[in-house]
Design a protein. Sequence first.
Length: 428
Amino acid sequence: MTQGPLSAKLFAAAQQVIPGGVNSPVRAFRNVGGEPFFVRRAKGCRIWDVDDREMIDYVGTWGPAILGHAPRVVIEAIHNAAKDGVSFGIPNPYEVEMARTICEWVPSIEKVRLVSSGTEATMSAVRLARGFTGRDRIVKFDGCYHGHVDSLLVAAGSGALTHGQPDSAGIPKAFAELTSILPFNDVEALEKLFAERGHEIAALIVEPYPANAGLILPQPGFLKKLREITAKHGAVLIFDEVMTGFRLAKGGVQELEGIMPDLTCLGKVIGGGLPVGAFGGRAEIMDMLAPNGPVYQAGTLSGNPVAMAAGLSQLRELEKQNGYALLEHLGQTMEKAVLDTLKKKGLGYQWYRRGSMFCLFFTETPVKNLADAKTSDLPAFRKFFHACLDNGVYFAPSQFETGFISMAHEQADLDRTAEVVAAALAGL
Ligand SMILES: *Cc1c(COP(=O)(O)O)cnc(C)c1O
């Protein structure tokens, strides 16, 4: 059962005044059946719904809660900043410190602009790439999700993948026609497109580890190939690290894989749970932005002091606690338990993990792209999801999402999770 009586009451009320009762589609649980629960409180790795059911959480507010929920340092930073005012609309010291931290941590970023969501970051990066190159065409990969930007909501992952239509209504055909879609990990298709249309391509945008269609990893050399081919054709390479930035390493996937994109989009972890996004990269490109250059971009709440303080405190705590090493350790612990269980039960399901990000695909087909991910046994996933939830373990309510471990997950939580997962898999 996904919903207690108080959640049911709230959901009924919500549906009267909010489309579908939710403010982001994947929250509606349509992919798994049942109806969403409403959360009253979250702390550490746990959430409690309004009916007082306790769950170990592996969604982590879809990525941002890398320290766990409501970490003391972040809550204190929010209090302290808010005491001095919650928004000025004039530059404040926190923005400078945040920008400096980003430029220091992320190898390819020389200059950065702060915005309020991942969607704003990708939308602005695409506009900037078009302004910089004087070209219109954008290339993206099947199943990658870059927020709900018109030109990027074509063959998109996450909620857009499962909302019942291939893409979105309301996007002019003329916009969609300017977006070329490629299968991930397919060098031949990539070369063919660039050979035919390279001179038209403003930017190639990619989640370097696609994490919105489950978790898919690049084949060796694939990201390098993206770097080479975009450089050769004068197209801007955009790494969308909204999910992976500050989640896997201080410098994101680009640090792990040794690739320097031209532009990088950030979000999620950077805001410590408050609405923050950022995009940055080569100074030569970034200086095309207003007020220096001709590409317009703005935001009333951009660089908001409370959001900056929250994000900065989270990043500092990660550094102080040597967070990435701990998260890798926790990830390995979970991985071992899951792989042992799969082996014991003779299940050939595909498991992928990097650091604290993981996905179990309910398919025996190795997953290299979206088409492979779609071979997953969705009814089996649904059954698994509900069995876990009924026993107090909350995974994302869709096969096509990534799970997140936080620094607040302790050995006992992982042990309990392993038991619940083993029982759920046994019950399939
Ligand atoms: C979540 C996400 C976005 C969109 O960010 P929002 O803050 O939801 O607008 C963009 N790209 C990637 C890779 C994401 O995971």
